[in-house]
Design a protein around this ligand. Structure first.
Ligand SMILES: [Zn+2]
Length: 253
């Protein structure tokens, strides 16, 4: 298993990161993608990806819109140039739109600039989208990225899912699928072909509904896989095989 979205560089893992990685390996979680969130975090993120044999992406999260967007984009361009030959660098992101967090046009500008870099460096994108699917779909439709990407932490309904899929994007499924009340998402996963989904945890955020207020870790991946198998009425090994294939294909792992 590969956790396609885990912030294992965050301070929440500083005290026991080695133990968390050990436990992951014991459970068959062979690797993770550590997404970039801000200029300040990139160095630590890359160092941890190297130390623990993980993948990483470079980008600026919409929660961390910088004062000077142009200067930050130049820094991102320089970093992508520097690491373009590194097999651990697999995407641009996470970038995106979040209407629940300091929403402004600046988020749009920051996203568009990062999508342009994804095009230039021929990398897929890891997208964060909260209450802004229409805006995001419009931008993605206009930009036509050759390697597409993933809408991580997907929570939407069938119609929204289909519109992303039509643009070639995959949908990242996390712990929300475990919640019996997440009916829209559970229907989406039940109805649409498995080839469109990735699994992720967004650790240390997004703990499962039955363990709220705890630190989330990649160790819940097996629960997510079992739940998808249950919804799809298929064997866990078949589900795992396809989900792995999806991640390997999208990120060229
Ligand atoms: Zn994230």
């Amino acid at each position: 298993m590969i956790d396609t979205h885990a912030h294992l560089d965050m301070a929440a893992f500083d005290d026991d990161r080695a133990q968390v990685f050990d436990a992951m390996h014991h459970q068959g979680i062979t690797s993770a993608i550590i997404p970039g969130v801000s200029v300040q975090q990139w160095q630590k993120q890359i160092q941890i990806a190297q130390q623990y044999d993980c993948y990483f992406s470079l980008g600026i999260h919409p929660w961390y819109v910088p004062e000077d967007i142009d200067a930050t984009i130049i820094q991102l361009d320089t970093m992508l140039q520097k690491y373009r030959g590194d097999k651990r660098l697999v995407a641009v992101g996470e970038c995106g739109l979040d209407k629940l967090h300091h929403w402004s046009d600046k988020q749009l500008t920051l996203l568009e600039q990062q999508l342009l870099l994804a095009k230039t460096y021929r990398l897929p994108v890891i997208l964060h989208a909260v209450k802004a699917h229409q805006e995001l779909l419009a931008i993605l439709g206009k930009m036509k990225l050759d390697r597409s990407g993933v809408v991580h932490g997907f929570y939407g309904n069938n119609d929204i899912a289909k519109r992303y899929i039509d643009l070639g994007f995959k949908l990242g499924i996390g712990a929300l699928i475990l919640n019996p009340n997440a009916t829209k998402l559970r229907q989406t996963v039940t109805n649409l072909p498995l080839e469109h989904f990735l699994i992720e945890t967004d650790s240390p955020s997004m703990p499962p509904f039955d363990h709220p207020k705890t630190r989330n870790t990649p160790l819940i991946l097996s629960r997510i896989v079992s739940e998808i198998a249950f919804l799809k009425k298929k064997e866990i090994v078949c589900i795992l095989e396809q989900l792995n294939k999806n991640a390997v294909q999208l990120f060229e792992l």
